[in-house]
Design a protein around this ligand. Structure first.
Ligand code: ADP
Ligand code: ZN
Length: 436
């Protein structure tokens, strides 16, 4: 028997009904967070807002925002609202300075997450009959386990292949008849190219659909991956702070936008400069309030992702709002081979090395389907005129330090003093040559 994970009653609920559920949950959440988490209480007190001030969904705007620094300041578990014996899992975001952002889940949170992931897979047409090839990385990163639990909830067969070992992945796809591929879009393209090299015709595989996300990708990339793998490619969005993958998901009826699972995640779009909520349909920074999370709820969390909300009803029947593809970020975060990299982290490494000048440039490119990062950095006259073997040693040390701290392999190039262009305003630290 084929089963779907189609929660029809809630997924197609008329807006009034949905909003009433959201309001009930919001009130409950704000009261609980105020009572249990001192940093939240302090922020609400400072803004002179009490849980009882939340009487409508619009009252959400009275509440202060939560930002990534709040998470870092309360590292690792300071914003958890339940005792640790109720926390059954933690994850952490990739590639951050010494202190990653840590998130926690209760048993019920894991169930909620599996539920939204199963819904997301259903949006892509997956059923219990599918063989789900999960090439998202397993580990602290939310992608692997998030997709895994969702696939099991759906009742499909999950292949926990994780990332890497591309040749083996292709053999598994052939032998196990994988029908749904879950991966980052750039890795999906890698797989496609590896198939071409090995002479494997994707038409001989059972692959039907790809669920791709965790990094930005363009419509052009969608077309390319669809053509090269002979599948339909759909977009999935999420971030570890809010849950992980499965916050929003594209359905098969539209190429425009992803349904946000609004019974769990309440979205707002704000002007990133003023913090004001923008009128419906305008582009701005996406903000989320988690309505049902137990261990690590968030109130008005600023994602720094830029998008707009689409209010029109979708042909699939789901009444949940859609968000357009992410078009950018309000900060300078780069995602390089799935790792979040901030230029300030590279700077931090460079400044810890003697003889290195505070002038550097990060060049990001895409070779084939692989992101590459190169760092050009000025060194002092004395160092630059040193023996070649010493320069090479220094280069290797910086590369190793960056790899250690950020988890990204990069190519370091030492250059003479005053060769990196000085800017008159904001320094252009990053040149991103990727056409994505
Ligand atoms: P995860 O570990 O789930 O990738 P992270 O917290 O490391 O989450 O990164 C989340 C960020 O990844 C998002 O804020 C967004 O910038 C980016 N991202 C995730 N999914 C997508 C997507 N489908 N399209 C564009 N960017 C995405
Ligand atoms: Zn739809």
């Amino acid at each position: 028997m084929t089963t779907l994970y189609w929660e029809e009653e809630i997924e197609t609920l008329p807006r009034v009904g949905l909003e009433s559920i959201q309001l009930t949950r919001l009130k409950h959440l704000v009261a609980r967070v105020y009572d249990t988490v001192a940093p939240y209480r302090a922020k609400m007190d400072a803004a002179s807002v009490k849980p009882t001030d939340i009487q409508t969904l619009a009252d959400l705007q009275k509440l202060p925002f939560t930002v990534k620094d709040d998470l870092r300041d309360n590292y690792p578990f300071g914003l958890f609202t339940v005792p640790m014996d109720q926390v059954v899992r933690v994850h952490a975001s990739s590639g951050t300075t010494g202190k990653p952002t840590v998130v926690g889940y209760t048993k019920k949170d894991i169930e909620t997450w599996a539920g939204v992931m199963a819904r997301a897979m259903t949006c892509a047409g997956a059923t219990s009959r599918d063989m789900i090839h999960n090439a998202y990385g397993y580990g602290l990163f939310t992608g692997g386990l998030g997709a895994h639990y969702g696939a099991e909830r759906l009742g499909a067969t999950v292949i926990p292949v994780s990332g890497g070992n591309t040749k083996r992945q292709i053999t598994i796809m052939q032998d196990f008849r994988s029908s749904v591929l879950m991966a980052t879009p750039s890795y999906a393209l890698n797989l496609a190219d590896a198939m071409a090299e090995l002479g494997v015709d994707p038409k001989t595989l059972a692959l039907r659909v790809g669920i791709f996300g965790a990094e930005p990708w363009s419509e052009n990339m969608r077309e390319e991956v669809q053509r090269k793998l002979n599948i339909k490619a759909v977009d999935i969005y999420g971030l570890s702070e809010v849950m992980g993958p499965g916050v929003a998901m594209q359905c098969l009826e539209t190429d425009r936008g992803m349904h946000i699972f609004e019974d769990h995640f309440l979205p707002e779009i704000i002007d990133p400069d003023t913090g004001e909520v923008l009128p419906p349909g305008e582009q701005g920074e996406l903000v989320f309030t988690t309505l049902t999370k137990e261990a690590f709820p968030l109130i008005r969390y600023r994602t720094k992702d830029i998008t707009r909300l689409i209010h029109e009803q979708c042909a699939c029947g789901r009444t949940m709002i859609r968000m357009e593809k992410i078009t950018g970020r309000t900060d300078d975060m780069l995602i390089i081979r799935g790792v979040n990299v901030f230029p300030s982290q590279v700077e931090h490494v460079l400044m810890g090395v003697e003889g290195v000048e505070p002038h550097y440039q990060i060049v990001v490119s895409r070779e084939g389907n692989m992101d590459t990062m190169a760092v050009k950095v000025e060194v002092s006259e004395a160092i630059f005129s040193d023996e070649v073997k010493n320069l090479e040693k220094l280069t290797r040390k910086i590369q190793a330090d960056i790899k250690d701290l950020l988890g990204v392999t990069c190519k370091v190039q030492l250059v003479e003093p005053r060769t990196i262009q000085r800017s008159e305003g904001k320094a252009q630290r990053v040149i991103d040559n990727r056409k994505i």
